[in-house]
Each structure stands twice: as structure tokens, then as C-alpha cells.
Design a protein around this ligand. Structure first.
Ligand code: ZN
Ligand code: ZN
Length: 329
């Protein structure tokens, strides 16, 4: 049982959504994780105990714990509103233990209150897919025609926000993934096709959520002059070489790293107004490995969410840790 240190909350985990980054971490694709490590950074739970210095939460409050778990608050990035690239940032489920556990401690200054209209299961994907997706989306400025490559969890959430704000979304899935293309159109995409296809119109911006470097030159070729390709993932295979002419015309390639607390707050403000709907596939906590395996194989039918506190499976009997927990989803 972890104990809350200075400024920390002890949170009884209800659910934890699975992110592609969890896969990159367990597969050893990201450098220097804490070892041994508890993964998981889309955590919804309730405050069990807290440090006396914490003022803006109370015991029993529902909180969301995201990927950004702490910063030094004093480096040149923190001092210029770029805490997402802080020199000494800590990340939940990477440098500090995460939410594939009954209890987790977290710095209260980095936790969020979640909109009441979302159940625990539905709120969990907002915490990374939503917030980091939102930061990627904001990097596209006022792009009217927006391409999204890799139609997973983040893409589904951001498509809804983009349509709400009057953008035209062009969805690119794995070639031949007709079910994925159909679901993108249902969410409001004006066009959906394979990532090997050109859209019917030149794009003002493209976001790449799939960890596939070859999509960078493909997306560049789909851009109008002055357009931007935003790489939204933490890990990507190598980018193949491409002719300078594809970048010419003031096209830009950039990456998005992590999130700031402000990104999170802005996204949680707009999500219930859209309203952004999440699509989830739940797994009992003990089947975390099966959930990761299904994600790896591309077989998920929504964001995987681990039911840590058994809230979704009352018939399975309540363990000693879940007796006082109200069912909320
Ligand atoms: Zn994530
Ligand atoms: Zn810093």
C-alpha cells in the first residue's frame, strides 16, 4: 500500500484505460522506465487519503490521473508555459507507478476533476487519448480541412471535437479497414479511406496518431501549401526519406510531446459540450495482459478499460477493497 507524501493523494483506483504508450513501455521501446513498474496513466478513482497540504480536493472526491505526473516548475520550459517538455518531468506509469493497481499515489497538483456526466469507464479515455489528442489538434491552428491518420482512440475523440468546431475531417485507416472507415464517417468525417490513398481535396493539416513513420511523407503529399503534419505519438518507426519538393511551400512537420495541465483543463471543458462520446471495451483487472495483447493485435473494438475495482462486474463478488465503492457506471 503506497502512502501519500507531500502534496500527494492516495487514490483507490476504479478503472484504468489502456494506452498505446503502455504497449511501447512494456515492449521496451521507450528508454529508462522505472523498474519494477506499474503501468497505466488514464486512471479514474476516488481519494482515500491525502496529505494535509492538499487544499483543493477532499477525501472521497473522484479524480482523474493523467500521463503528466510532475514537473520541477522551474526549468526554462516550465517558466515558458511548456511544462509538457520539462527537463525533469515525471510520467505516470513510466517514471512513477501507475494505475494497473488497486491504489496509486499522485501529486494532487496534476490531477483533474472529471465532468459529472461521464461514468468512470467513459471518463478514463479522456485522460490521455483525449488530452494528448487535443494538444495535437490545437497544433493544427485554424486548419479547415484536417486529415487524421490512424483511427484509434485519440482520433475518435478528436474527430468529434473537430466536427463540433466546424472542421472537415478526412480519416485515414489501415488500407482495407472498411469497418474503421465506416465508423469514422459515422463520427462525422466527410471522407474516409486507406492511408495509401490521396484525399479528394488538399488538406490544411494532418495529425498522425499511428506509430508508423512512413505516414509522414504520405501525409505531407496530401497537404496544401503552408500545411502542417503533427506527429501525435510518443514513438514512431523511422521516417523514410522523401523529396524536398514535398516539404517545399512552407509545409511543416512537428511532434507533440505529453500534455500541459492547461491542455487537460481545456479538453475537459469542451468535451462535455460537444459532447465527446467514448467507445470502450472493458476487461476485468486480472485480464490486463489479455487487453494489451488484443491491443497489440489490433483487435480492440474501442479503448480498452481495466475494471480494477470490479465496478462493472458486480456478479463476480466484491473483494475487501471494493465494499464501500458505489457503482457509478
Ligand atoms: Zn497515453
Ligand atoms: Zn520544468
Amino acid at each position: 500500500m503506497p502512502r501519500p507524501a507531500s502534496e500527494q493523494l492516495l487514490v483507490r483506483v476504479s478503472v484504468c484505460a489502456v494506452c498505446r504508450t503502455d504497449l511501447h513501455i512494456v515492449d521496451g521501446e521507450l528508454p529508462n522506465p522505472k523498474l519494477s513498474l506499474i503501468p497505466g496513466h488514464q486512471i479514474v478513482g476516488r481519494i482515500e487519503e491525502m496529505d494535509a497540504e492538499v487544499k483543493h480536493f477532499s477525501v472521497g472526491d473522484r479524480v482523474g490521473i493523467p500521463w503528466l505526473g510532475g514537473t520541477d516548475g522551474e526549468c526554462r520550459y516550465c517558466r515558458s508555459n511548456r511544462e509538457n517538455i520539462c527537463d525533469r518531468a515525471l510520467f505516470t506509469g513510466y517514471n512513477i507507478d501507475g494505475g494497473y493497481a488497486e491504489f496509486v499515489v499522485a501529486d494532487a497538483r496534476f490531477c483533474f476533476r472529471l465532468p459529472d456526466q461521464y461514468s468512470d469507464v467513459d471518463a478514463a479515455p479522456l485522460l490521455c487519448a483525449g488530452m494528448l489528442g487535443y494538444r495535437s489538434y490545437r497544433k493544427t491552428g485554424d486548419a479547415r480541412r484536417l486529415g487524421i491518420y490512424g483511427f484509434g482512440s485519440a482520433a475518435r475523440l478528436i474527430t468529434q471535437v473537430a466536427c463540433f468546431e466546424g472542421r472537415e475531417v478526412f480519416a485515414f485507416t489501415r488500407p482495407g479497414d472498411e469497418a474503421g472507415q465506416e465508423s469514422a464517417r459515422k463520427l462525422g468525417a466527410v471522407w474516409a479511406g486507406g492511408s495509401d490513398e490521396m484525399p479528394p481535396k488538399r488538406l490544411d493539416a494532418a495529425i498522425i496518431f499511428a506509430p508508423v513513420g512512413a505516414l509522414v511523407p504520405a501525409a505531407l503529399r496530401a497537404l496544401a501549401k503552408g500545411g502542417v503534419v503533427v506527429c501525435g505519438g510518443i514513438h514512431m518507426s523511422d521516417i523514410p526519406s522523401f523529396p524536398y519538393a514535398d516539404l517545399w511551400g512552407e509545409r511543416v512537420i512537428c511532434s507533440v510531446a505529453n500534455l500541459t495541465r492547461r491542455d487537460g483543463e481545456e479538453f475537459l471543458e469542451i468535451a462535455p459540450r460537444v459532447p465527446v462520446k467514448t467507445k470502450t471495451e472493458t476487461f476485468p483487472f486480472e485480464e490486463a495482459n489479455a487487453a494489451l495483447q488484443k491491443f497489440r493485435a489490433g483487435g480492440l473494438n474501442g479503448t480498452a478499460v481495466l475494471l480494477v475495482a470490479n465496478t462493472g462486474h458486480p456478479e463476480r463478488g466484491e473483494g475487501p477493497h471494493t465494499r464501500s465503492l458505489e457503482r457509478t457506471n
